[in-house]
Design a protein around this ligand. Structure first.
Ligand code: NAP
Length: 246
């Protein structure tokens, strides 16, 4: 049985990806931020995956911390016997205009969204190289492709992920490891629940499909990229935004 590790999988897009990959037959490693609230939510996600007939366990790690990521990858490998798919999903926002943003707000978002991708890919790819196969999907954003006012930190982190995805894909393609990214637009999750109705209707005007995306619409593309159906796709970033910018 193949094993998939999803970071930040206690809610939102990560939760949905975990359940979708469980449906597809992966054993699931549910990463959660090390807090009691997140642990309880992650356990519920793991239980839902088990109900689909696969193995699932939870793994606490702050993905902005290099050592915690290395330990988690080792634990996942020891628990399930392999690590075949990695989804670097965990992310945060600390939005405000550039001139108002503190250094701390900038650094936190870079650490959680961007450095985490290095922290996770380095140990995971070492395992995948020994196995001679693996697939990774990194969670970028339309903010990384086009920019977004109030998100200089977030846009920087997500643009970097796109460059890291292409670089890693070129480094490990010969080892039968594929690395891709998805760039969601506005998706209904706790991250976007905070937007006001006015902000939402302004955004709808710019979306060709005139609605927010559903988490399942991200999970299905991630599942495709991790599957053999995408066996000749690597280094790509697939935008999933309902036609936000064209
Ligand atoms: P979400 O509901 O806030 O979920 C993010 C998850 O990541 C949460 O469970 C969060 O835990 C976890 N997390 C945060 N910091 C972490 C850390 N240091 N270590 C481990 N886990 C951590 O957000 P979402 O909307 O599902 O977003 C998931 C990903 O999609 C993110 O990378 C986001 O940037 C990206 N994305 C989302 C949208 C959208 O419209 N929703 C659009 C484009 C891209 P806590 O709850 O404890 O913080």
């Amino acid at each position: 049985m193949a094993t998939a590790l999803i970071t930040g999988a206690s809610q939102g897009i990560g939760e949905c990806i975990a359940k979708r990959l469980a449906k597809d037959g992966f054993d699931i490693a549910v990463n959660h931020y090390p807090s009691d609230g997140d642990k309880a939510k992650a356990e519920a996600v793991a239980e839902a995956c088990r109900a689909l007939g696969v193995k699932a366990e939870i793994f606490a790690a702050d993905v902005s911390k290099f050592d915690q990521c290395a330990d988690m990858v080792k634990e996942v490998k020891d628990t399930f016997g392999s690590l075949d798919a990695l989804v670097n999903n965990a992310g945060i926002t600390k939005d405000t205009l550039l001139t108002l943003m503190s250094e701390e707000q900038y650094d936190q978002v870079i650490a959680v969204n961007q450095k985490s991708v290095f922290n996770m890919m380095k140990p995971a790819i070492k395992v995948m190289m020994k196995q001679k196969h693996g697939a990774i999907v990194n969670m970028a954003s339309v903010a990384g492709l086009y920019g977004n006012p109030g998100q200089i930190n977030y846009a920087a982190s997500k643009a970097a992920i796109i460059g890291m995805t292409m670089t890693a894909a070129k480094e490990v393609g010969a080892r039968n490891i594929r690395v891709n990214a998805v760039a969601p637009g506005l998706i209904k999750t706790p991250m976007t629940d905070v937007l006001t109705d006015e902000q939402k209707s302004k955004i709808f005007e710019r979306i060709a499909l005139k609605r927010f995306g559903e988490v399942e619409e991200i999970a299905s593309v991630v599942a495709f990229l991790l599957s053999d159906s995408a066996s000749y796709i690597t280094g790509q970033t697939i935008e999933i935004s309902g036609g936000l910018e064209m």
